[in-house]
Each structure stands twice: as C-alpha cells, then as structure tokens.
Write a protein that binds this ligand. Structure first.
Ligand code: VGL
Ligand code: ZN
Length: 208
C-alpha cells in the first residue's frame, strides 16, 4: 500500500495511562510506539485521539460503589465495562505516551468527555448517537481510506475501525502497531467483528 492524498493514519489513544506503569496498562502497549512513529512519515494526513475523561466519568469503577474494575454494568445505552480510573483530562496519565511523535498530527480528537457516556470510538459515542465530528472532518479533507494503529485493539481501535467502515471509509488496521487488553475473550471477538465488517489487516512494513 502506498499512502496518498486520500489516506489518513489514525493513531488511537497512545497515552501514558495505557502504557506499562499507567493506570490501565495495555500489555506490551509500548511496543506500538516504534511502528507508529515509523508509519507517520509515510502519511500526509495524521490524526490522533485521546481518551479524555472528566473525574466523575461513568466508566470508572470507583464511581460505582460496590463495583470492581472489569465488571460490567447496565447503562441506558447498554452494557458498560467498568475500568480503573484512567485518562482523566488534564492529568499526566492522559498525555501522549513518551516517545510518541505528535508533531505531524493535523487533528486531535478527544473523546469520552461526557460524564454519562463512554466513547471507545473516535467517531461515535457509546450512546451510538452523538458524533465526534471526525467523519465530517475527514470528508472535508477528501479522505477515503483510514489506517488505524494504537491502543487498545479490542476497544478503541476496534470500535473506531467499525465506525469508520459504517461511515463508508475503506479501513485497515496495522496489525503490528496495535495491542489489546483482552478481557473475557474481547480480543478474538474484536478481530472477528472487524473481519466480518470488511476491516482489513496489514503489516506496517507493507505500507510505504
Ligand atoms: C480504552 C478502555 C477504556 C481504549 C479506553 O483506548 O481502548 N479502553 N477507555
Ligand atoms: Zn476510557
């Protein structure tokens, strides 16, 4: 694949709290930084996302008395996994990972800012109704293909990839530039859902 003017690299949630030593570390998460940095130089359009929660966010287990991280609760929009408190907006944990090149990013999308609604996806919040504006911004830039990398494969990468497909983009995941959390089989399930939706996988070495 040779990226051109209609291609966007979407770097999902490469943030301190998702890296080893962070509040919600993705196993081996720091392994994505090298490939993600190498990929960026091959793209004219680069966008980054940041999970950016208020302190009273509904996805934090400690905001639900008696509940523990990784349990699921029923919310008005459906089941919600409860997470350790992470990526509280403005904190060091919500910052981009050390070593991640960010200067080529023309667009930063922050998500999960509504205290009552989570947003794994960079396009659509978990209520499946509130749009972040990313699809419109990409349409205005005449982007037709989105290549995803970052964290976590089975949550923010997968939901973003599926919503990008639903929005009509040609979608690829750079499989060596993502890592997953894997709670209760979520990683295999996410790959199966992406495959069924027509999301394709590519090695970052095949892009350039
Ligand atoms: C994510 C869990 C909670 C992610 C964000 O970036 O995949 N996962 N918030
Ligand atoms: Zn989150």
């Amino acid at each position: 694949m040779t990226p051109g003017a209609a291609d966007l690299l979407l770097i999902v949630d490469v943030q301190v709290d998702f890296l080893p030593g962070g509040a919600l570390p993705v196993p081996d998460g720091d392994a994505v930084i090298g490939p993600v940095n190498a990929l960026q130089h091959r793209f004219r359009h680069v966008a980054l996302t940041q999970d950016w929660h208020p302190a009273d966010h509904v996805s934090f287990a400690d905001n639900h008395p008696g509940r523990a991280p990784y349990e699921s609760v029923a919310l008005p929009y459906g089941p919600q996994v409860l997470w350790p408190r992470h990526c509280v907006r403005g904190t060091a944990g919500a910052g981009f990972g050390p070593g991640l090149d960010t200067e080529r990013g023309g667009l930063v999308i922050r998500k999960g800012m509504d205290p009552r609604v989570d947003s794994y996806s960079a396009f659509l919040e978990a209520d499946r109704a509130t749009r972040t504006g990313l699809a419109g911004a990409l349409a205005e830039r005449e982007i037709s293909r989105v290549i995803l990398c970052g964290l976590a494969t089975d949550f923010c990468v997968a939901w973003s990839a599926l919503d990008a497909r639903a929005a009509g983009f040609d979608v690829w995941v750079a499989e060596d530039a993502v890592r997953g959390i894997d709670v209760g089989g979520s990683l295999a399930q996410a790959w199966a859902r992406m495959e069924a939706a027509g999301v394709r996988r590519i090695g970052s070495g095949e892009i350039g």
